[in-house]
Design a protein around this ligand. Sequence first.
Ligand SMILES: NC(=O)c1ccc[n+]([C@@H]2O[C@H](COP(=O)([O-])OP(=O)(O)OC[C@H]3O[C@@H](n4cnc5c(N)ncnc54)[C@H](O)[C@@H]3O)[C@@H](O)[C@H]2O)c1
Length: 439
Amino acid sequence: MKIAVVGTGYVGLVTGTCFAESGNDVICVDTDHTKVERLKRGEIPIYEPGLEEMVKRNAREDRLRFTTSIEEAVGQSLMVFIAVGTPPGEDGSADLQYVLHVARDIGRLISTFTIVVNKSTVPVGTGDKVRAVIAGELARRGVEVPFDIVSNPEFLKEGNAIDDFMKPDRVIVGCEEPRTAELMKELYAPFVRTEHPILIMDVHSSEMTKYAANAMLATKISFMNDVANLCELVGADIDMVRKGIGSDSRIGYSFIFPGVGYGGSCFPKDVQALCRTGRQHGHALELLEAVEAVNYRQKNVLLRKLAAACNGDLAGKTFAVWGLAFKPNTDDMREAPSLVVIEGLLAAGATVRAYDPAANHEARKSLGGRVTLCEHSYDALEGADGLILVTEWNDFRHPDFDRMKKLLRRPLVIDGRNIYDPARMKRLGFEYHSIGRGR
Ligand SMILES: NC(=O)c1ccc[n+]([C@@H]2O[C@H](COP(=O)([O-])OP(=O)(O)OC[C@H]3O[C@@H](n4cnc5c(N)ncnc54)[C@H](O)[C@@H]3O)[C@@H](O)[C@H]2O)c1
């Protein structure tokens, strides 16, 4: 099939590449010239394991092309996927300007039947808006061109995006036309060969499914963080509690690790947007409002622990931060808890030496010269008055503790992901604090 993907970020690039991998003829469009030039040279603008080889292979086979020209892409494709950003607006609602801009372009350019597939995360009713914008453009041109609107939300996880896309738990397709549904099933057939379902539903339900899924996952995280904080007060160990409840098949183990709160480009904005939709309809989502409030508080938990360990005096001290990306295996720092920690440290007059295996370049953009970004994890520890571990990259799981102790001025470790054993850390002579474990 001839496919255009508009927006070549985390979702668009993975979508376009995986469709090309299954033999389709894919053209990816982005307004960001630098990004497109890099992609044309075979450079991947994001850190995503396995993506580079796949992009290069499909580009070599001429199944995957990159352009800044929407004209080049849209006129010739049966399917146009919209995968642009939907960042939060000032009131928390999803900002649809990029999606609607693409819709206008599509209405301006199509001349034969086109299926417009929305992959961006958008509030219920956006499909209707996209349809109206395209129809408006066609009317302005005085032409009648048939088109169809599909909602096809994406559930990939950064860091595991290729696998998630190639072997999705399910594919959600919101569409009204049986003929279009059949084409979508044909497109996705190579990805669901292990009998994972392609669920065809109406557009509104499809749009809502994406928000409901993210809201449920965010709820699990905030729930566990809330319980973890209570564990500290009552002298229980959240890790034991996690195992105790995760083994209940009705609950399960995924997404119940305590930590420093959720970040990233999806959960915070999607929870906010869903709350906003609720309020707009006179139905406050009280549970989700609390999920967000708990998350906000949790992002500050490491600063509180650090302040307590330093008798409230952080000024003039130096702290090492391990892990800047919002989670391991990505370079994405949007809404990362590390930013809250670092801003808090800087505001308190501390100096920060930070390290991340993949996100140092992103950190340079958002933090500028305000922190020292180190080339190696151990460099960050040199002369520091403590280490704050924010993101649980595998690299940090088995460090050389002796070397750490020698490099740190004070052997203080605040572990936001519970990756070390408290008894062992004590034995090794560290002052060790983690989340929800022990009094
Ligand atoms: N990142 C994720 O893990 C993830 C997962 C599932 C769903 N989503 C959703 O997918 C959407 C895209 O997310 P992302 O993380 O890939 O965003 P991103 O910011 O990484 O990429 C968006 C891209 O769209 C481009 N763009 C903006 N306007 C354009 C236009 N008019 N024409 C062409 N290109 C344009 C931007 O230059 C950018 O490269 C969002 O709605 C997000 O919520 C993201």
